[in-house]
Design a protein around this ligand. Structure first.
Ligand code: NAD
Length: 442
């Protein structure tokens, strides 16, 4: 099939490459000329395991191309995916500007019947808006399908190629059939393709993300309770997660969720509820609790040093910038709160992240932040008054603790991801703070 994917970000690029891998001819479009130029030079603008090889293989075989020529892409494709960003608007709702802009461009440039697929995460009723926009601009037949994306950054290829399920919201049997055909290569182990009405598909995406955000947040509150009563959240997590009705995933406590999806999708769902007179009390609380959770590590720093004044002039190592491991994405990352708060208290931060440092440099350029970047996780520790850990990269899990104590001026660790065993840290002579477990040592 000839496909166009409009919006070549984390979702569009992965979807485009995976559809090309199953034999389709795919054109990925973006308005960002620099991004397209880089892709055409063989550079991949984001870090996602396995993506570079996939893109190289499919461009080499002529199944995958990158362009800024949106009109050409629309006119040569039977199916057009909209995968542009839907960032948070000022009032918390999803900003549909880019989606509707693309719909208008499609409407103006239709040259035959087409299926337009909404892959961006959008509020209920957006497919309808897209349809209305296009309808006013063309006489050709077309269908608008909702096909929300559930991939996770860091394992996006695996998630796209072997999805737990594919959700397709379609009002026409023919369009649903084309979508089934397109996804058939990815569900050969019989995972379901769920065809439903368009509105239900739109709600499904927000319901999934808000549920996962709630699960994480619930466990974070249990962790806070454990700290107060003297329990160990890790034991509790095992006790809870082995219940097959609950399951073990998304129960790891930490410094709050971040990223380009959960925070904005939770807030968008709150707005959708308000607009339709169905106030969403649970997700409202989730958003509030998560914001507080991002400050938990700073609370521990203050507890350790005794007062805000004691932190002024100090230098802290920070391991991890990305909102989670195996990605370079820093959107709404807890590290941003940690850096801002430490700076506000007059401390300098020396950060290390295996993949996100370029993004961090761009984000903090011209902000005047007291932020330095280290060449390795160890060099970040050199002369630091303490270490904060906010991303659970595998390479941070088994470090050389002897080397760490030698480098740190002060052997204190504030671990926002519970990477180490408190008893061991105590033995090794560290003062060790973690989440939902008693502080030890020192
Ligand atoms: P992104 O910001 O990485 O990419 C969006 C791209 O769209 C950018 O490259 C931008 O330049 C481009 N764009 C904007 N307007 C355009 C236009 N008019 N024409 C062509 N290109 C245009 O965003 P993303 O993370 O890929 O997310 C895209 C959508 O998918 C969002 O709605 C998001 O909520 C959803 N989603 C994201 C993830 C994820 O993990 N990132 C997972 C599932 C769903």
């Amino acid at each position: 099939m000839n496909l166009a994917v409009i919006g070549t970000g984390y979702v569009g690029l992965v979807a485009g490459a995976c559809f090309a891998e199953s034999g389709n001819d795919v054109i990925c479009v973006d308005v960002d000329r620099e991004k397209i130029d880089r892709l055409n030079r063989g550079e991949v603008p984001i870090f996602e395991p396995g993506l570079e090889e996939l893109i190289e293989n499919n461009t080499k075989h002529g199944r995958l191309a990158f362009t800024t020529d949106v009109v050409g892409a629309i006119q040569s494709s039977e199916v057009i995916f909209i995968a542009v960003g839907t960032p948070q608007d000022k009032d918390g709702s999803a900003d549909l500007r880019y989606v509707l802009e693309v719909a208008e461009t499609i409407g103006r440039n239709m040259n035959g019947p087409k299926i337009i697929v909404n892959k961006s995460t959008v509020p209920v009723g957006t497919a309808h808006q897209v349809r209305e926009k296009i309808q006013g601009l063309t006489t050709f037949n077309f269908d608008v399908v909702s096909n929300p994306e559930f991939l996770k950054e860091g394992s996006a290829l695996e998630d796209f190629m072997k999805p737990d399920r594919v959700v397709i919201g379609a009002d026409s049997v023919e369009a649903a059939e084309v979508m089934r055909e397109l996804y058939a290569p990815f569900v050969r182990t019989e995972n379901p393709i769920l065809v439903m009405d368009v509105k239900s598909a739109e709600v499904t995406k927000y319901a999934s993300n808000a549920f996962l955000a709630t699960k994480i947040t619930f466990m974070n509150e249990i962790a806070n309770l454990c700290e107060k009563v003297g329990g160990d959240v890790n034991q509790v997590r095992r006790g809870v997660g082995t219940d097959s009705r609950i399951g073990p995933n998304f129960l790891f406590p930490g410094v709050g969720y971040g990223g380009s999806c959960f925070p904005k999708d939770v807030r968008a769902l709150m707005r959708i509820g308000q607009e339709h007179g169905a106030e969403f009390e649970i997700v409202t609380a989730v958003d509030r609790v998560n914001n507080n959770q991002k400050g938990r590590l700073i609370g521990k720093v203050l507890e350790h040093f005794g007062s805000p004044e004691a932190i002024r002039g100090k230098r802290f190592a920070l391991w991890g910038l990305a909102f989670k491991p195996k990605t370079d994405d820093m959107r709404e990352a807890p590290s941003l709160t940690v850096i801002e708060e430490l700076n506000r208290l007059g401390a300098t931060v020396v950060a290390y992240d295996p993949e996100a440092m370029e993004n961090a440099k761009r984000m903090f350029a011209k902000t005047g932040a007291a932020l330095e970047f280290a060449e390795s996780n160890y060099s970040a520790l050199d002369g630091a008054d303490g270490l904060l850990i906010v991303t659970e990269w595998n390479e941070f899990r088994r470090p050389n603790f002897g080397r760490m104590s030698q480098l740190l001026r002060n052997p204190v660790i504030f671990d926002g991801r519970n990477l180490f065993e408190p008893a061991k840290m105590n033995r090794l002579g560290f003062r060790y703070y973690s989440i939902g477990r008693a502080a030890v040592g020192g």
